[in-house]
Design a protein around this ligand. Structure first.
Ligand code: HPA
Length: 271
């Protein structure tokens, strides 16, 4: 693992003329609009980067983008990996280790998620302030390389409170309604049953999705402060559950995405 990280970091440095990103960004499904705001300097296809996981169809077009956003040097993952695609947890989180190796000091993550909280409606944004991990595997399982971070990483503040406060005050300034809540990670790819949505709400979830938590665990082990935000694309309300419709969900994500981009571009200037 260490050798693979080093090799990939060296390759990327060579290909990007030693570009030194300060912030890493993982863009969620249907949430690539932030890329338009980046003054792009370099782009690398995942499929050309050594040790990046072998591509599935969705991942095939994935790109690592290097450039400037709000005056900060950033690296953005356009296209993320999901456990349900068949990758191992260590494959999913490998890019986070590589971004850390490139020198990022903060990680920003976005995703599309289903609302569990009746007050949080489809199309709303939710800043993640904590999570519950229900995925069946852990990216740190089996890893004993102490240079990657502690064996038993602390998770008392997995999402940095001061960054959350900044983001909420930005949302307030620009009059964007933005909730704060607990994200539950499941493996997918099936959606939840009514009974499962009910259960996820009962155990304390405000939103449910199939990503983010593996990357956040690894970032915490690596000592990287994390900020994460969900676009709530559907309502997992058991009282009135509508059949899942992917096109509708992508349409909701596309419509809400500019609000998220506005908050993130302003936030990046401040961290
Ligand atoms: N459940 C799980 N993952 C999701 C959902 C959902 O309702 N919506 C978007 N991703």
């Amino acid at each position: 693992m260490l050798r693979a990280i080093e090799e990939t970091v060296e390759y990327i440095k060579r290909k990007t003329e030693n570009f030194k990103p300060e912030i890493g960004i993982v863009l969620g499904t249907g949430l690539g609009g932030l890329v338009k705001e980046i003054q792009i300097e370099h782009q690398l296809m995942y499929s050309n980067i050594p040790n990046f996981p072998i591509s599935t169809l969705e991942f095939h077009s994935g790109k690592l983008i290097f450039g400037t956003l709000s005056g900060k040097k950033i690296v953005a993952m356009q296209g993320r990996l999901h456990y349900y695609e068949g990758y191992t947890m260590q494959q999913i989180t490998f890019p986070v280790r590589v971004m850390k190796g490139l020198g990022i000091q903060n990680l920003i993550v976005s995703n599309a998620a289903g609302s569990l909280n009746p007050e949080f409606k489809r199309g709303d944004l939710m800043i993640i302030e904590d999570h519950i991990n229900l995925q069946p595997d852990n990216p740190l399982r089996g890893l004993i390389e102490s240079s990657l971070g502690p064996r038993f990483p602390d998770m008392s503040e997995p999402y940095k409170r001061d960054i959350i406060a900044k983001a909420l005050s930005i949302a307030n300034e620009v009059a964007i309604n933005c909730h704060k809540g607990v994200y539950v990670a499941v493996s997918g790819p099936n959606l939840e049953t009514k009974a499962e949505y009910k259960y996820l709400r009962l155990i304390g979830g405000d939103a449910v999705g199939m990503s983010t938590v593996p990357e956040v665990i690894v970032a915490n082990q690596a000592g990287l402060p994390v900020f994460a935000i969900s676009v709530l694309t559907d309502e997992g309300f058991p009282e009135d559950l509508q059949p899942f419709n992917l096109d509708e969900i992508l349409a909701v994500a596309a419509k809400a995405e500019p609000k998220m981009t506005e908050i993130l571009t302003r936030l990046i200037a401040e961290i």
